[in-house]
Design a protein around this ligand. Sequence first.
Ligand SMILES: Cc1cc2nc3c(=O)[nH]c(=O)nc-3n(C[C@H](O)[C@H](O)[C@H](O)COP(=O)(O)OP(=O)(O)OC[C@H]3O[C@@H](n4cnc5c(N)ncnc54)[C@H](O)[C@@H]3O)c2cc1C
Length: 424
Amino acid sequence: MQKSQRALDNHALEFAVEQANRLRQPLFVFFFLNPGFPEAGLRHYVFMLQGLLETRRRLEERGIPLILRVGDPPEELSKAAAGASLVVTDRGYLKVHREWRSRAAGMLSCPLFEIESDSIVPVETAYPKEAWSAAVLRPRILRLLFAYLVPLETRGLKYPAAYHGDGGPDITDSYAAALSLAADPAVPPVEDLRGGTAEGLRRLEIFVEEKLDRFDLDRNNPALQGVSVLSPYLHFGQISPLTAALAAAENPSPGSEGFLEELIVRRELAMNYTFYNRDYDSFSGLPVWARKTLAAHQRDPREYVYSREDLETGRTHDRYWNAAQKELTETGRIHGYMRMYWGKKILQWSSSPEEAFKTALFFNNRWALDGRDPNSFAGVAWCFGKHDRPWKERDIFGTVRYMNAQGLKRKFPMEDYVHRTEEL
Ligand SMILES: Cc1cc2nc3c(=O)[nH]c(=O)nc-3n(C[C@H](O)[C@H](O)[C@H](O)COP(=O)(O)OP(=O)(O)OC[C@H]3O[C@@H](n4cnc5c(N)ncnc54)[C@H](O)[C@@H]3O)c2cc1C
């Protein structure tokens, strides 16, 4: 278990149960804690460990021990799997996830199955190459939904193990356990977002009951909480996109289509990007037109140029931007609409677009609980033209889409947003 850290609606887990039953063998779930995972801070480890603690309990109820080991995942897996009949793993779309799986495949002496459990429509099935935009991917995904948006049946394990061995480090105190994993203590845990499947499901239920019908009307307004706040739970695989999509599809309302567009099409467009574009984490992954136009405007005078430190501590002339940065550092999230504005302004206030790209990605991944996700790379890249089209030419941005504070003020009660973040 690596990307889909849950006992519910987990295709990799159910496949593993089926295989164990077929082979008349017990099933063990291993999770490898990787100290010093790139850009992971205390808040990420705490959130993840809270989720794993619950997943361990849920798996034990099904007769499946969850065993934790600390170290390099492929090496630990090859030790753990000595004598195993087969190994099943879930799927991840970032370089590090793919590298772990391919190294593991080379080290194991038994078959290794990788089972898609993080997307609704598997990336290669949806589209065989990098999609230019959501418009390209959307019809292909929608055409296949009938086959993939189907409930997953829970299988019973027939030959459970009586395991009394070493379950690995104690994670009951998630804070202490996270500290021992050398997580960056400068990025403190987020108090009001607790990790785990139960909390993710609770938020999903509240969202579907109270917010889904107004999703299209409220989601962009930063002063409201009209969105689901599911992204950290999806990022750590504590809830399945299938669970969330079925909940929205089974409760048809005016907001269902818009929510499914974000949850399936936009989210899987980000997976498509990280899967097919090896440069997804750098400026060179952007489309040629965007790089060209930004380069042509690289020397345009900038009214404001801020250092990383000024930006990170939210000390700019722009109260809306500072509020968004504060929301990010204090709560581990930024309202979705502000996130676009936030990235666009980093581009505007940095000495070069390449520098801006690095800064935005670094802050996003360092502070956001849902950071280091395919969505993180696609979201930052979008601010620099990815999955978008050229717009009217202007300074610094060239033909990359621009956003300004006047637009925010005209559309939303921005003072309410600033006031809310000041109270954090
Ligand atoms: C600069 C920038 C950085 C971003 N970084 C991240 C990130 O690190 N992690 C992350 O999960 N998302 C990221 N996004 C996408 C989006 O902002 C968040 O997914 C969304 O705000 C999460 O809030 P929510 O769960 O309440 O979303 P909701 O609006 O309730 O949507 C439900 C789910 O749909 C998916 N989704 C929503 N919007 C998008 C989108 N634009 N692209 C892809 N999937 C989407 C998410 O999984 C989300 O949880 C980024 C966007 C930008 C512009």
